[in-house]
Write a protein that binds this ligand. Structure first.
Ligand SMILES: NC(=O)c1ccc[n+]([C@@H]2O[C@H](COP(=O)([O-])OP(=O)(O)OC[C@H]3O[C@@H](n4cnc5c(N)ncnc54)[C@H](O)[C@@H]3O)[C@@H](O)[C@H]2O)c1
Length: 280
């Protein structure tokens, strides 16, 4: 896709960070935007920002890890703008800590938001894109964490690796069927956003409770690691620009950090040689 003017972009978790940056780049190119976020004030504030840039935009305040809210997002998009051209499955959270110590609620929260909501997004929006018959793009925000593993943030690695696999598989399936729909896999490393504060945006059913894990040293260390990483990252506007460059250049993987390819190569080498990950 090279022409964006008057086309429609939908972004989940668009109230701040990478989602907001993508929406701003879309608006600069004359796209109309639908901005989902569980934080309604954040979504509405981005919509005001996009309107100030001269485009039409609408907000959806909803937890996008619930299937019915993704169906409602499609309905809002069609009722408002009549079509969809770019879907960004972007909303996500970060959870640190080893699986055996994490409360089950955290495992479910991150699996539903980081992985299932991206699958649900494709499941709900692709039939509309097929019906339209127009060239469409899907951007799945995954992570360099999906190309590597570590003993920390295990669930984050798991969900992002699953998202990478889903992006590749859906891309291939769409091409095999000859549909003019392209999937892109956005794999940033650290970006200066507020993802280390993801606990503030938990859906009601996953709110933190009195589980001792949330006052443990393990939890606190994870929070510190996450904040330090994010603060060392690149600016989010760079990611927004990279997304549109990749769409124009028809790139499947959107690498925003040069080190990502080296990380991916290291993993492939370990896979090929059967080396213990700790030694690789
Ligand atoms: N920041 C990084 O270093 C980094 C690196 C790689 C990948 N990512 C990925 O980028 C994506 C965006 O994260 P970010 O860094 O911009 O974080 P962010 O926390 O700044 O923004 C995420 C937005 O998603 C919203 N959100 C959270 N739960 C939601 C839900 N259930 N439904 C709808 N919206 C919800 C939040 O309110 C927030 O506005 C995530 O998928 C994340 O995993 C981030």
């Amino acid at each position: 896709m090279k022409e964006f003017k008057d086309k429609v972009l939908v972004v989940t978790g668009g109230g701040r960070g990478i989602g907001r940056a993508i929406a701003v780049e879309a608006a600069k190119r004359g796209m109309k935007c639908v901005v989902n976020d569980i934080d309604g004030d954040a979504a509405r504030s981005v919509v005001a920002e996009l309107k100030a840039l001269g485009t039409e935009a609408v907000a959806q305040e909803a937890d996008i890890s619930l299937y019915e809210n993704i169906e409602a997002l499609l309905k809002l998009t069609l009722d408002t703008f009549g079509r969809v051209d770019i879907l960004c499955n972007n909303a996500g959270c970060a959870v640190s800590g080893p699986i055996w110590e994490l409360p089950k609620r955290d495992i479910d929260w991150i699996a539903e938001l980081n992985f299932l909501s991206h699958i649900y997004g494709m499941k709900v929006f692709i039939p509309q894109m097929i019906k339209q018959g127009t060239p469409c793009e899907i951007i799945n925000t995954e992570s360099t964490a999906g190309l590597m593993t570590s003993g920390k943030a295990t669930m984050y690695h798991c969900t992002k690796a699953a998202g990478v696999a889903a992006s590749e598989s859906v891309y291939m399936g769409l091409k095999e069927h000859g549909y003019p729909i392209t999937v892109h896999c956005l794999v940033p490393a650290y970006v200066k956003t507020t993802i280390h504060l993801a606990d503030l945006h938990r859906p009601e059913r996953y709110k933190m409770n009195d589980d001792p894990y949330y006052t443990s040293e393990e939890y606190k260390a994870g929070q510190i690691r996450s904040e330090r990483g994010v603060m060392s990252g690149i600016e989010d506007w760079y990611v927004g620009e990279a997304v549109f460059t990749a769409i124009e250049d028809e790139k499947f993987y959107i690498f925003t950090h040069p080190e990502s390819q080296v990380i991916a190569q290291g993993r492939v080498q370990r896979l090929a040689s059967g080396v213990n990950p700790m030694l690789g």
